[in-house]
Design a protein around this ligand. Sequence first.
Ligand code: FAD
Length: 369
Amino acid sequence: MSEQVDAVVIGAGVVGLACAYELSQRLDSVVVLEREVGPGREISSRNSGVVHAGIYYPDDSLKTKLCIEGNRRLYQWCETHEVPHKHTGKLIVATSAQDEQRLRAIARHAKDVGAGELRLMTGSEATQQEPELRCALALHSPTSGVVDVHEFIASLVHEIKEADGTVVYHTAVDEIRRSRDGWVVQTTDTTGSRMELEARRVINAAGLSALDVAASSGLPEAERPWRLYPCKGSYFALGAGAPPTRNSLIYPLPEGGGLGVHITADITGARRAGPDAEFIDTIEYSVDESRLERFAEAVARYLPAIRPEHLTPDYSGIRPKLVGPGGGFADFVIANPASQPGFVHLIGIESPGLTAALAIGAHVSNVIG
Ligand SMILES: Cc1cc2nc3c(=O)[nH]c(=O)nc-3n(C[C@H](O)[C@H](O)[C@H](O)COP(=O)(O)OP(=O)(O)OC[C@H]3O[C@@H](n4cnc5c(N)ncnc54)[C@H](O)[C@@H]3O)c2cc1C
């Protein structure tokens, strides 16, 4: 007979952990199953660590709603759980007349959707604040910031365990089938040993593998119309010799499926350029050195003193995108199919998934009942 639990969450990235945290506050037995050796080894530890304000997405989208709510919840969580974070603010810069129009439209939109306080600055005002910067117009977002992602993940695991939840590593979910009262989740651990758990609720938070998990749950093909297009984002570190910057977050305008090659300084002050956006067929994380010149050029459009010799290859992350090259906007999918009571699939949780994680957790907990 399989062990019975109230909820199983598949995947111990920030999103799965945030769902498990929320459920563990009201259910007796919540189990997170993770195939890796520890939490957050895939998308969640391979990102920019930026707390976004919710500036860019359509007003009626889950991305806007959950990012704005997640921003507030994340800062509050960081205060309560002593997770290192900084309210750094962020500058978005326009370097041409055409970009200027786009940035003004972004500013109007961000105001309309309620993405925190915002202030437009002329190019010379921006240069006073950031001497190496060259731009025609800048938008300052004070509610953007940075968080120590590893500490955030560790705090989620800690709180789940405090609420008597369980996080199991080295354990991959192979198959899920219907039972009388819910779902039987079948797993294999790294020693090849198999286990079954029976749960009333199952949350598929498997990130890049979420479609495989959806297929292995028996969800009919007609009810899973999604396709994922893995999109790599590489980072190059800015060496100590690179020109200084005062602002932690300097972004150009979004382009090519990403937010544009931006400069971030993480919680330790280490600076990076990236990520770019490269659609790939195979999941692998090497950083292609030949992209270095392109990175330097992209950054030099707004920080002209940056040269290729200031950059060295760092790391990369992969976005689970729901649209391919030139595909436009795709929202988060949080699906609770009628044919699968008690099951929620989280598909395409790319940026701003880190910011939105706690709000996604609360939303999923409401949806799943
Ligand atoms: C380059 C890049 C930059 C980003 N920058 C930001 C940013 O600055 N701010 C922001 O808000 N967001 C950012 N994001 C988005 C954010 O990182 C993601 O939305 C978020 O981390 C997704 O978390 P997740 O839990 O859904 O996925 P993951 O962290 O990938 O977790 C999924 C987990 O499921 C496990 N798993 C998969 N299949 C199985 C299985 N069958 N059995 C058991 N376990 C399984 C995996 O091992 C993995 O640990 C960025 C993303 C990328 C790629």
